[in-house]
Unconditional design. Structure first.
Ligand code: HEC
Ligand code: HEC
Ligand code: HEC
Ligand code: HEC
Ligand code: HEC
Ligand code: HEC
Length: 344
């Protein structure tokens, strides 16, 4: 055999020995124990706790939030769109306390350690999915943030656990008789005006008010949910039919908003009122038939009512949220804007 071939064979054999040694040296023992990977890592991977726990886990302790969320639009399982608790509150896996929750003074089961993040800035959170972007499919409901919410948090108006605002009137339309209502309404004229327009009278304007709202307001006085001694005395003993008929009468009386687009644009108080227009309309006519129109109300009534929501004497989930963030100057300014609506 020529010498150069012998050298070549020797080099090749040396190379094979080196490669075999390297394989032995660099490969861990558990390789190929299960397959073409390191066997030890299987146990490591298997021992990883799930990062997300799912909504059923949260339900066991937060029944109230879970119930609200379950009925809300963020749990639309039928169309495959479910925004789970941990999307907003962060993964729950890290603070697992085992199968049985034990009340204890310290340690992982202590309430202080159960706390998960409460999203403080809903404007950042909600806009992740709801801000209008070019190319975002229209089926995903979108808003232009500046026009829709101004500088307010989304949670001022939307309950994060059930965000859809119910814009459909909740009052079933029973046939009501405005003519009969007019007769009963005579008792109200001294304070609300014979036609329901209150100028320099002690009561607010009722003319042109949403019928469903009037029905609810009168009921609230009679049950005491709305606390006003005069009004409670006035409506005590009115039958359900009376209430419907009186509401129908006042709702059908004329009060149209004088706040046309030119006057809206000219109002110095427009920016304060931008906090209200999503619900009460830019002209004081509300977007929801069961919410009150603000047209026709006096400045005093508007200011005093906002104060009542703020200090809790008048209660309403939506308005309390709005009023508690309103300074006295803002309340005056918003009132000044809506007074401009008058009754045409
Ligand atoms: C084993 C019971 C338990 C489970 C399960 C549980 N929590 Fe809690 N959570 C608590 C307790 C207790 C607190 C403290 C309550 C307090 O401070 O009033 C708390 C606090 C919170 C808070 C803060 C509330 C606040 O006002 O600061 C949030 C948010 C929260 N949990 C969300 C969740 C979510 C989301 C899940 C599901 C991934 C979940 N929790 C699962 C018991 C639980
Ligand atoms: C779309 C986002 C979102 C989802 C989904 C969501 N939350 Fe919340 N959650 C919030 C926000 C925002 C707050 C703070 C509310 C506030 O500031 O008034 C909050 C507050 C809370 C609180 C504090 C107490 C309270 O009610 O204010 C608890 C507890 C809580 N959420 C539990 C849950 C549980 C349980 C689920 C699932 C069933 C869930 N959340 C789903 C956004 C969400
Ligand atoms: C992870 C994405 C996501 C986040 C975050 C989220 N949403 Fe949603 N939202 C959805 C989906 C999906 C739906 C239901 C399907 C639809 O109507 O597009 C929905 C529905 C809604 C609706 C009902 C729209 C309608 O049909 O009338 C409102 C209102 C809403 N969300 C407000 C909020 C608010 C307020 C927050 C913040 C607290 C928030 N969302 C956070 C995805 C999200
Ligand atoms: C001043 C009260 C108010 C604030 C603040 C507010 N919303 Fe709304 N939002 C409404 C009202 C009222 C509606 C329903 C009327 C309508 O369809 O325009 C609505 C509807 C929506 C809808 C459904 C729109 C559609 O096309 O069906 C989405 C999504 C939404 N809001 C998201 C948000 C987000 C995200 C924020 C925070 C950046 C926010 N909202 C802040 C009052 C508010
Ligand atoms: C003695 C004067 C007086 C009489 C009479 C009176 N009201 Fe009132 N009414 C008031 C005052 C004052 C308020 C505002 C109370 C408040 O702030 O809750 C009011 C408020 C109302 C409201 C709520 C309006 C709103 O915008 O929220 C309704 C509805 C109403 N009255 C209906 C009636 C009816 C119907 C009658 C006749 C059966 C009547 N009132 C008789 C003084 C009166
Ligand atoms: C998310 C919707 C929403 C927003 C935003 C809102 N309101 Fe309201 N407002 C309501 C609802 C709903 C009621 C009826 C509450 C009740 O029955 O007590 C109401 C009631 C009122 C009333 C009482 C009307 C009456 O006839 O008694 C006044 C005044 C009022 N709002 C003023 C304002 C002002 C001013 C702003 C802005 C700073 C504002 N609201 C923002 C929903 C809203």
């Amino acid at each position: 055999m020529p010498r150069h071939i012998v050298r070549l064979v020797l080099i090749m054999v040396g190379f094979v020995l080196l490669a075999y040694g390297a394989k032995k040296f660099f490969t861990v023992d558990s390789f190929y124990q299960y397959g073409h990977y390191r066997g030890d890592s299987v146990a490591e991977i298997a021992s990883d706790k799930p990062k997300y726990k799912g909504t059923a886990y949260c339900a066991s302790c937060h029944a109230e939030q879970f119930a609200t969320w379950s009925k809300g639009v963020h749990n639309s399982a039928d169309i495959g769109k479910v925004v789970k608790c941990e999307v907003c509150h962060g993964p729950g896996g890290a603070r697992d306390v085992g199968d049985v929750f034990q009340a204890s003074a310290t340690g992982p089961d202590h309430p202080q350690n159960m706390k998960m993040v409460v999203p403080a800035d809903s404007r950042t959170l909600c806009t992740l999915c709801h801000e209008r972007l070019t190319g975002r499919p229209v089926e995903q409901r979108q808003i232009v943030v500046a026009d829709h919410a101004g500088t307010q948090q989304c949670t001022v108006c939307h309950n994060p656990h059930s965000p859809r605002l119910n814009l459909v009137s909740t009052v079933a339309s029973r046939p009501a008789d405005a003519a009969l209502g007019k007769v009963k309404a005579a008792a109200c004229a001294g304070c609300h005006g014979a036609e329901g327009v209150s100028v320099n009278l002690p009561g607010p304007t009722l003319a042109g008010q949403n019928e469903a709202y009037l029905v609810e307001a009168i009921k609230a006085y009679s049950t005491g949910a709305r606390d006003n001694a005069t009004m409670t005395a006035m409506v005590q003993g009115a039958s359900a039919d009376d209430v419907d008929n009186i509401a129908s009468y006042f709702a059908s009386q004329k009060c149209e908003s004088a706040l046309n687009p030119e006057r809206q644009a000219a109002s110095a108080d427009r920016s304060t009122a931008s906090k209200c227009v999503a619900c009460h309309g830019a002209n004081g006519v509300s977007t929801n038939r069961s919410w009150p129109n603000l047209m026709g109300q006096s400045r005093d009534y508007l200011v005093n009512t906002l104060k009542a929501y703020k200090d809790g004497t008048r209660k309403n989930g939506l308005m309390t949220g709005v009023a508690k963030n309103l300074s006295d100057a803002d309340a005056e300014s918003a009132a000044a804007y809506f007074v401009g609506a008058g009754c045409k």
